[in-house]
Design a protein around this ligand. Structure first.
Ligand code: CP
Ligand code: NVA
Length: 307
């Protein structure tokens, strides 16, 4: 039997598979825009476990399955027996008897690994505290669409060294983009992930820089990216974080450090006036809603590959 293809991290994909997803996303986007049917997952069902809220991930996966001719079932953590203590392992084994793939948005990263280890069908990571691979893959698709490729590009990520930052680091390294990350002290990305990204980047002759100075990171950038200061589950740290992240807001002044044709990206949801000003996110350099739309096209490509 062929090995089950889980997508827990972008590292689960070979460089060729990643390219295949990006190309496929482009083809599927064209088909959807021109109204050409592309129902290759007819009769297939996706189970979607959510332990945290979601607008984009939930709606784009569900719509993706509909457009591919299949069906998706939203499974809120507390509406499952998981919420009453049924084990991840029993849940995974049970769901595998019904559905053709599972996407899950969970807190602890270890739990999605446990889900995948016990699942007889592919598991797709819809975000954990550590990683957000579907976001980063989709972001590569948006960057390629906006910039016609990756070669020589520099992405500057300003803000928290969080799940989105981690998946961007790993993804940009895979396609040979240069990344500069600027975080306040104490909010740096996970060291192990940085090392993995650096190793991959060196194979591709690109660079990963972890800095504390946002202006240095933003200098000459092609893409400026930020995310929320407090991620889901960090609500109690909000006041402290707002203090610690002063000076790390993406505003017009910071944007002016980058190239003239810089694009501004944010995975959303955003907090205007905190990590980014309204002037930037609603301004001419912002591609955040194209970015949100592309979650649909790139996740269709992921589903087509793994299901
Ligand atoms: N970017 C993203 O994953 O958004 P949601 O939390 O709305 O799914
Ligand atoms: N870092 C954010 C991303 C939301 C899509 C969070 O985890 O809440």
């Amino acid at each position: 039997m062929a090995k089950i293809k889980h997508l827990i991290s972008v590292q689960d994909l070979t460089d060729e598979e990643l390219k295949e997803i990006l190309d496929q996303a482009g083809e599927l986007k064209e088909k959807q825009k021109s109204g050409e049917p592309h129902e290759s997952l007819r009769g297939k069902t996706l189970g979607m476990i959510f332990a945290k809220p979601s607008t984009r991930t939930r709606v784009s996966f569900e719509t993706a399955m509909t457009q591919l001719g299949g069906h998706a079932i939203y499974l809120g953590w507390d509406t499952l027996q998981l919420g009453r203590g049924e084990t991840i392992s029993d849940t995974a084994q049970t769901l595998s008897r019904y559905v053709d793939a599972v996407t899950a948005r969970l807190f602890e990263h270890e739990k999605i690994k446990e889900l995948a280890e016990n699942s007889g069908v592919p598991v797709i990571n819809g975000l954990t505290d550590l990683l957000h691979p579907c976001q980063a893959i989709s972001d590569l698709f948006t960057i390629r669409e906006q910039k016609d490729g990756f070669e020589g590009l520099k992405l500057a990520y300003i803000g928290d060294g969080n799940n989105v930052c981690h998946s961007l680091l790993l993804s940009c390294a895979k396609v040979g983009m240069n990344t500069s990350i600027a975080t306040p002290k104490g909010y740096e990305p996970n060291q192990e992930i940085v090392e993995k990204a650096k190793q991959k980047a060196s194979e591709k002759s690109s660079k990963v820089k972890i800095l504390t100075d946002p202006e240095k990171a933003a200098f000459n950038a092609d893409v400026i990216y930020t995310d929320v200061i407090s991620s889901m589950g960090q609500e109690e740290e909000r006041e402290q974080r707002l203090k610690d992240f002063q000076g790390y807001q993406v505003n017009s002044e910071l944007l002016s450090m980058a190239k003239e044709d810089v694009i501004f990206m944010h995975c959303l949801p955003a907090h205007r006036g905190e990590e980014v000003t309204a002037e930037v996110i609603d301004g001419p350099n912002s591609v955040v809603f194209d970015q949100a739309e592309n979650r649909l096209h790139s996740q269709k490509a992921i589903l087509v590959m793994v299901v």
